[in-house]
Design a protein around this ligand. Structure first.
Ligand code: PG9
Length: 624
C-alpha cells in the first residue's frame, strides 16, 4: 500500500517574503460618526476644484454649509478624530451639532485645486477677460453639490470670514438657485478704501508678509525673513514699502506689481469693489453681513455692503451683525478682547442662538423661535447685544460736532480762535502698538485697536483734546466723522484720528483700567486724496485744507465720569507706510530724500473749525 501523501508544509507565518506594509491600508470606519469625501468638482471650463465633503453618517435630507477658501480646504476633517464634532475646526462644531453637512473647497489655483490663482480674482470683465470667476466657480460648485450629495436636501448655505467672506460676496453676484442663505463674515470688500490693503490710500505694510505667504507658492508660502526682532526698526531701515519689496524679491510676484502700480483709487480698485458691484446687482439671497467692532483687518466691508444694499431698498433679506470682536473672532471664542470682558462667549453664543437658526430658516424651512433682528450690534460699554429695526440710530444728517478747543479741550461749542502745531518727523513715526512691534505676534495684532493710547499720548507729535468728566451719558449710534482743518509745511501728509473713551482715574474692580484710553473708532487718511480718491494732488504748503473722512461704526455709550478724547497724529507705523510729506507720484517708491519733517497746524478757530462729528442719540433706538 502506498503511504498517504504528506500534507503540504503549512506556510511559515513567521517568515515574511514580501513587505510588512500593505499596498493599501484602509482604516476601518466603524467608530466614525461621519464619512469624509475628497472630490474634484469640475467647473464649466474643465478645471477641477478640490472639495472636502464631510457627511454625518446619520444625515438624511441635511443642509450643506459651504466655505470656499484660499487657505487649504483640508482644515475641515483633517484630524483622525472619529467624532465629526472633533474633526471639524472649532467654528463648525455647533453646525455639526445641528446635523449639517460641511463642505470646504480650495479656490482655483490654491492647494488641491487645479487652475491658476489670482489674488481676489476680479469678476469677469475688463480686469478678468476669462470666462470664469469666483461667482461662476461658486455657481458650478453648488450645481454639483445639489445633485451629488445624496444625504443632503440639495440646499446650500455659504459662510466664511475675510478672504472666505469675499468668496461668499462673489457668489452673491450671480447666485445659484440652490444657494439659499449666506453669511459673509468680515468680508474683504474694498481693499483700497478700508479693508486689507489700504485705508483711504495709506498702505498696510502688514500685507507684505501676506503677499509672499499667499502668492509665492500654490500651497503656503513663508513670511518675509526678518533681520531684527522689532518691525518698527526693520521697516524704518527699509525706507519705503517698495524698497522692502525690492529687497525681498517681490518683483517676481505679479500681484505686488499690480497693486503697487495702482496706489490711487482708480478703475483697478473701484471696478472690483464688491459693495458697489452688489448694489448694482442686488441678490435676494438672505444675507447676514458680519464683522467685528474692532476688526483689525476688514472693518469696512460688511457694514458698507449692508448699507449699499439697504440704499438699494433691499430690506427683508439684508441683515447686519457687529460683535465686540477682532477680525474673524466670530469663529472663535469671544469672552473678552484685550482687557475688555464680555457678558459670556459672545461668539459661540451668537453662532448657536442667531446664526445657525438664521441658516435653518432657509435651509430647513424652520423659522427661529425669536425672529432674527435686521440689525444686531453689541454695545461694548453696556455689555449687551442691541437689536435694531434699522441703522444707524443717528441719521447721516444728525451728526453733532465736538470741536477742538484751546488748551486741549473738546466741546460742542465752536471756539473763537486757536490752533495747535506738531512736527511730524518721518524718521520718528508714531508707532501703532507699543514697541517692539511684531506683525507676527497674534496676541498684539488682534488687540492693537483696543490698546491703551497712553503709550503715545504724551508724544509731542500727538495732539489730544478731551471733554471734562461727563455728567450725563453720551450715546453714539452710527459712524463718526473726522473733520480736520490743517496747514502743513510739506506737500503731502497723513492724518490719523482716534475717538477715545477715557476711563475714570480709578477702577476698584479692574485697577489697570484706571485712566485707560480706549480707542472706540480710529482711522488714517492720506492727505493727497482730500479732493478725490482717484486723483492725488499735492497739498499747497502753508494753506489750510479740509480733511473729512468717515470713521468706523460704533454703538457705544460714554458713561458719566468718563471723558471723550480725540487724538490726532500723522503716522501709525509700521502698520501703515510712512508718508514722505513731500508730494511724489507714487509713495511706494519714495526715495530716502523725499522723507522730510513737516509742521502740522491744526486749526480750531475762524480759519477752520476742526472737530469730530459724533452720531449722538438722546436715547437708545434699540428694540426693547
Ligand atoms: N484679512 C485676510 C485677507 C482677506 C482678503 C485678502 C487678503 C487678506 C484674511 O484674513 O483672509
Amino acid at each position: 500500500l502506498a503511504a498517504p501523501p504528506k500534507p503540504a508544509a503549512a506556510p511559515d507565518a513567521s517568515v515574511q517574503l514580501g513587505s510588512d506594509i500593505p499596498a493599501k491600508w484602509v482604516e476601518p470606519q466603524n467608530d466614525y460618526d461621519y464619512v469624509k469625501r475628497d472630490v474634484m468638482i469640475p467647473m464649466r471650463d474643465g478645471v477641477k476644484l478640490h472639495t472636502v465633503i464631510v457627511v454625518p453618517k446619520a444625515a438624511h435630507g441635511a443642509p450643506m454649509l459651504l466655505e470656499r477658501t484660499p487657505y487649504d480646504a483640508k482644515f475641515n476633517a483633517k484630524t483622525d478624530a472619529p467624532r465629526m464634532r472633533d474633526a471639524v475646526w472649532s467654528a463648525d462644531r455647533e453646525w455639526v451639532d445641528d446635523g449639517y453637512i460641511i463642505v470646504s473647497q480650495d479656490i482655483r489655483g490654491k492647494y488641491g485645486s487645479e487652475g491658476k490663482y489670482v489674488m481676489t480674482r476680479p469678476p469677469i470683465g475688463p480686469l478678468n477677460p476669462s470666462k470664469t470667476d469666483d461667482t461662476t466657480d461658486a455657481y458650478d460648485t453648488i450645481e454639483w453639490l445639489s445633485k451629488h450629495v445624496p444625504e443632503s436636501n440639495g440646499k446650500v448655505g455659504m459662510i466664511g470670514s475675510s478672504y472666505d467672506g469675499w468668496t461668499v460676496a462673489m457668489a452673491l453676484l450671480g447666485p445659484h438657485p440652490a444657494l439659499k442663505v449666506a453669511a459673509p463674515e468680515s468680508p474683504m470688500i474694498d481693499g483700497w478704501m478700508g479693508d486689507d490693503w489700504f485705508h483711504y490710500g495709506a498702505f498696510r505694510q502688514v500685507n507684505l508678509d501676506y503677499f509672499t505667504g499667499q502668492t509665492s507658492k500654490t500651497g503656503e508660502g513663508a513670511s518675509v525673513p526678518r533681520v531684527g526682532y522689532d518691525d518698527y526698526q526693520n521697516f524704518l531701515d527699509a525706507g519705503s514699502a517698495g524698497a522692502w519689496a525690492e529687497t525681498h524679491g517681490f518683483r517676481q510676484l505679479p500681484w505686488w506689481n499690480r497693486l503697487s502700480a495702482h496706489p490711487a483709487y482708480d478703475a483697478f480698485w473701484h471696478s472690483q469693489a464688491l459693495d458697489r458691484l452688489l448694489a448694482a446687482k442686488p441678490s435676494t439671497v438672505p444675507t447676514m453681513w458680519l464683522q467685528g467692532l474692532w476688526d483689525q483687518e476688514d472693518i469696512y466691508g460688511a457694514i458698507h455692503s449692508w448699507e449699499a444694499l439697504r440704499a438699494k431698498g433691499l430690506n427683508s433679506t439684508n441683515y447686519l451683525v457687529m460683535g465686540p470682536w477682532f477680525h474673524s473672532q466670530v469663529n472663535r471664542s469671544a469672552w473678552s478682547l484685550g482687557p475688555l470682558k464680555w457678558n459670556g462667549d459672545t461668539a459661540a453664543d451668537f453662532r448657536r442662538t442667531v446664526l445657525i437658526p438664521f441658516f435653518d430658516t432657509y435651509l430647513r424651512d424652520q423659522p427661529p423661535a425669536t425672529p432674527t433682528p435686521k440689525v444686531l450690534i453689541y454695545n461694548p460699554s453696556e455689555n449687551h447685544w442691541d437689536r435694531f429695526a434699522d441703522w444707524p440710530g443717528a441719521g447721516p444728517g444728525a451728526l453733532t460736532p465736538f470741536y477742538f478747543q484751546p488748551a486741549g479741550g473738546l466741546a460742542a461749542q465752536a471756539p473763537a480762535s486757536g490752533a495747535d502745531s506738531y512736527v511730524s518727523d518721518p524718521a520718528k513715526p508714531v508707532p501703532f502698538e507699543p514697541l517692539p512691534a511684531r506683525f507676527g505676534d497674534h496676541a498684539s495684532w488682534t488687540t492693537w485697536l483696543v490698546q491703551d493710547q497712553r503709550f503715545v499720548s504724551t508724544r509731542p507729535d500727538v495732539l489730544s483734546y478731551q471733554t471734562p468728566p461727563l455728567e450725563q451719558p453720551v450715546r453714539l449710534e452710527g459712524a463718526p466723522f473726522a473733520d480736520l482743518f490743517v496747514k502743513t509745511s510739506g506737500t503731502d501728509a497723513d492724518f490719523v484720528v482716534k475717538i477715545i473713551d477715557v476711563y475714570p482715574p480709578t477702577d476698584s474692580e479692574q485697577p489697570e483700567m484706571g485712566g485707560y484710553q480706549l480707542p472706540i473708532s480710529l482711522d488714517i487718511f492720506r492727505g493727497r486724496y482730500r479732493t478725490g480718491f482717484d486723483t492725488p494732488t499735492a497739498i499747497p504748503a502753508g494753506q489750510i485744507q479740509e480733511y473729512k473722512f468717515r470713521l468706523p461704526t460704533v454703538n457705544y455709550v460714554f458713561k458719566p465720569g468718563h471723558r471723550i478724547m480725540v487724538q490726532v497724529q500723522s503716522s501709525l507705523f509700521p502698520l501703515y507706510d510712512r508718508n514722505p510729506q513731500t508730494f511724489v507720484p507714487n509713495i511706494f517708491f519714495a526715495k530716502p530724500g523725499d522723507y522730510k519733517p513737516a509742521t502740522m497746524t491744526v486749526a480750531h478757530g475762524a480759519e477752520g473749525r476742526s472737530a469730530v462729528l459724533l452720531p449722538i442719540v438722546a436715547a437708545s433706538t434699540a428694540l426693547r
